[in-house]
Design a binder for this molecule. Sequence first.
Ligand code: FAQ
Length: 325
Amino acid sequence: MVDAADALRDAQSRFEQRLTRDERVEPKDWMPDGYRRTLIRQISQHAHSEVIGMQPEGSWITRAPSLERKLILLAKVQDEGGHGLYLYGAAETLGASRDDMIDALHEGRAKYSSIFNYPALTWADIGAIGWLVDSAAIVNQIPLQRCSYGPYARAMVRICKEESFHQRQGYDIMLTLARGTAAQKAMAQDALNRWWWPTLMMFGPPDAESDHNSESFAWKIKRYGNDELRQKFIDQAVPQAEVLDLTIPDPELAWDEASGHYRIGPIDWDEFRRVVAGDGPCNRQRLAHHRRVREDGAWVREAVEAHADKTRARGLRARVGTGSR
Ligand code: FAQ
C-alpha cells in the first residue's frame, strides 16, 4: 500500500521531472504550495498592473488630438482591460478568487507595477507610454511565454501580440511629434525625460536585491533576471531614441564596446522603493479610482450573477421536466 508520504514524494518527483523536461504544469497537476503562492502573487500583480495601467491612458481618450488617435487609444485601453481579465482567469485556475485578489490590491497586500503611479501630463506621454512602457512589458513578457505554468504562458502569447501593436502606436505618436513643430518635439523630449527612469524601474530591483529570483528560476517561472531584461530593453531603446532624434536623459549613457551593451548612470532605487511603498505621485489617486469604479460597478456584477442563477435554475427545471414557461 502506498502511504501518504510516498504519494507526496511521487507527486513531487513528477512535478520536478516535468520542469526538467520543460513541460507545462497544468491546473489539475500537483504543485508545491510555494509554487502556487508565487504564481498567484505574480499573476495577480500582473493583472492589477494591466487594469490600473488603463488609468493614465484612459485620461487621454477624451483629449486625443484626432478621431483616428482616439479610436486607436480606445482599442489599446480596452486591450489592457482584456489582459487583466485573461490574467485574473489564469490566477483563478490556481484557486485564487477574483474578490480576494481585488481585496488584496485595495488593502495594500498586493502590488501593481510602479510605473502606473506616474501621471500622463501631455499627449506626448501617451506616445512615451506606448513606446517605452509597452516595449518594457514586451521584453519582460516574451520569456513568460515559456513560463512553466500553462495558463499563464498561454495568456502571455496573446498579450505579447497585442502589446506589440501598442508599442507601435506609441512609437508612431513619438515619431509624429518628433518630426513636427519645435514645440511638439519639445513635448516628446519632455515625456521621454519623465518616463525613461521609471520605465527602467519596471523590471524590478537589481538581481542582488530580488526576493523571488532564485525560487522563480528554479521553478522556471522567471527565465531571466531583472537586470538582464532591463539591459535588453536599454539596448533596444537607445537606437530607437536616435531615430526619433531625442536624447535619453542620462549623461552617463555610453556604448560599452567590451560588453556590447549600453552602460547607464545610477537608477534612483530610493524613488522606486518610495513608489512601491505607496508614496508615488499618483498611488492614492489610482487606488481611490479603482475602489470607486468597483463600487459603482457592483450592481452590474450582481445583475450578472442573478441572471446566471436564473439561467441555471431554468436549465435544471427543464432537465427534471418541470420547465417554466
Ligand atoms: N513595481 O523579487 P522581485 C504592462 C516587487 S504590465 C512594483 O524581483 P519578482 C502592460 C515584487 O513584486 C506591467 N513592485 O519580484 C501595460 C516583489 O514584492 P512582493 C507589469 C515591484 O516578482 C502597458 C519585490 O518588488 N508586468 O506594463 C516591481 O520575482 C501599458 C521584489 O522583487 C508584470 O507584472 C515594480 N516594477 O520580479 C498596461 C510582469 N518590481 O511581490 C498599460 C510579470 C518588483 O514580494 C499600459 N511580473 N516589485 O511583495 C514579473 O515579471 C515580475 O513580477 C517582476 C518582479 C519582474 C516585475
